[in-house]
Design a protein around this ligand. Structure first.
Ligand SMILES: Nc1ncnc2c1ncn2[C@@H]1O[C@H](COP(=O)(O)OP(=O)(O)OP(=O)(O)O)[C@@H](O)[C@H]1O
Ligand SMILES: [Mg+2]
Length: 381
């Protein structure tokens, strides 16, 4: 029997919880040709939501294009990857080639048929004539116009998802944003979702002096409600032959800090252990046993992360865990944990956030990885 809990990849529909309103809104906006910004901290479920929205759009007759911006090592590689992704939406290769040549003939694209690892064939695009940064800037608007060309050539609406969009700033600063904004604003037949997992970078991109200011609706993805997640967990255990003790679902959600990824990870691992031991019931003892195994397995990794911190940052991080992220600047907390002045605590918090160890959750600070939080509470002094 297969483990019903999934983590570390886009969740399949069978393990997808809630997000009904978000999905409805995102899909409707995309069908209406809006340019939507989707923002949340890491591992909240942006990519999974996007995948569902694209599937809905396909059922409604749209062609869809999906690109993960952060996986390219240069601006040119991104443009080539983008062109390839748009071409992949055109099933007839000869047709794809003819409108590609029309659209960007001047830059002489080199097109090859490639066999992908899975055995499927795909069209790869390269621009050998593009050498200087200026050549790249000239090519960019032509590439960014492709989704509209596709919509026109096929007489269908198109939806484009650019995931990990915050990485765009690394390519060529402002000029990419400008070129892309200028291209997409005229594409009435094409819906876009720009998803990013570094909220501060994404919010800055939407500021008044930036090209994407007021380009379209902004969706900020929140956590999945604890009750829904907890009952999903209990139901899945029950369905797969392990009866959960009362409160088991909430215990998992709490221990995982309600972070979708961490919740599914913990549930997945508890299920594996329960299965291996042939259990018919699961409860808190099992949960703690699994937690200990996971902490031991991750110890090397957490130790290395801990070693990279300065002593000041370590002190603040421990206090943050033990005080549940509140009142860290107060005189009381600073003196009990011997943290020094408020400004040095502030600086340490800033550095911990920058290193993606800590994040803000409403009125408090939390450790991003709930396992790391437990490791710090138990293994550091
Ligand atoms: N709607 C959901 N229901 C249940 N679990 C979910 C849901 N969304 C996300 N998850 C859990 O969170 C994990 C991460 O999801 P996903 O990759 O979609 O997030 P993300 O925000 O794109 O993350 P990243 O910032 O790392 O790209 C999934 O593998 C799954 O375990
Ligand atoms: Mg993602």
């Amino acid at each position: 029997m297969e483990n019903p809990f999934v983590y570390g990849e886009v969740v399949p529909q069978s393990a997808f919880v809630d997000r009904h309103d978000e999905l409805k809104r995102l899909a409707a906006d995309l069908l209406a040709g809006q340019k939507v910004f989707l923002i949340s901290p890491r591992r909240y479920g942006k990519s999974s939501l996007i995948r569902r929205a694209l599937a809905n759009a396909e059922r409604a007759g749209c062609l869809t294009v999906e690109v993960t911006v952060s996986s390219y090592s240069s601006y040119l590689a991104f443009l080539e990857g983008y062109a390839k992704a748009v071409l992949a939406a055109e099933t007839r290769v000869s047709r794809a080639l003819s409108w590609l040549r029309d659209a960007i003939g001047a830059t002489r694209p080199e097109v090859r048929l490639e066999t992908e690892p899975g055995g499927a064939s795909a069209v790869a695009v390269a621009f050998p004539a593009v050498r200087s940064a200026r050549d790249v800037s000239r090519l960019a608007p032509e590439i960014f116009a492709l989704p509209a060309r596709l919509a026109e050539a096929r007489g269908r609406r198109v939806v484009v998802a650019l995931d990990e969009f915050q990485a765009i700033g690394g390519f060529n600063g402002g000029s990419v944003e400008e070129a892309l904004r200028a291209a997409v604003q005229n594409q009435r037949q094409v819906g876009y979702v720009f998803a990013g997992s570094e909220p501060s970078l994404m919010e800055a991109m939407l500021g008044p002096k930036r090209p994407f200011y007021k380009a379209g609706p902004v969706m900020r993805l929140e956590k999945i409600p604890a009750d829904l997640f907890a009952s999903f967990i209990e139901q899945r255990f029950l369905k797969t032959g392990m009866k959960p003790e009362p409160g088991m679902g909430h215990a998992v959600v709490d221990l995982a800090g309600q972070l979708p990824y961490d919740v599914q990870r913990l549930a997945h691992e508890v299920w594996d252990d329960g299965r291996a031991e042939g259990r018919r019931r699961v409860g808190l003892d099992q949960l703690h046993q699994t937690l200990h195994r996971l902490l031991a397995e991750h110890a090397v990794f957490f130790e290395a992360a801990w070693q990279r911190l300065t002593l000041g940052q370590r002190g603040v991080l421990r206090a943050l865990v033990l005080e549940e992220g509140r009142s860290l600047l107060s005189a009381d907390v600073r003196s009990r944990y011997r943290l020094g002045g408020a400004s040095s605590v502030q600086a340490a918090l800033g550095a911990l956030q920058k290193h993606d160890v800590v994040t803000r959750d409403q009125d408090r600070y939390v450790v991003v990885d709930s396992l790391m939080r437990e490791w710090i509470a138990r293994r550091t002094f």
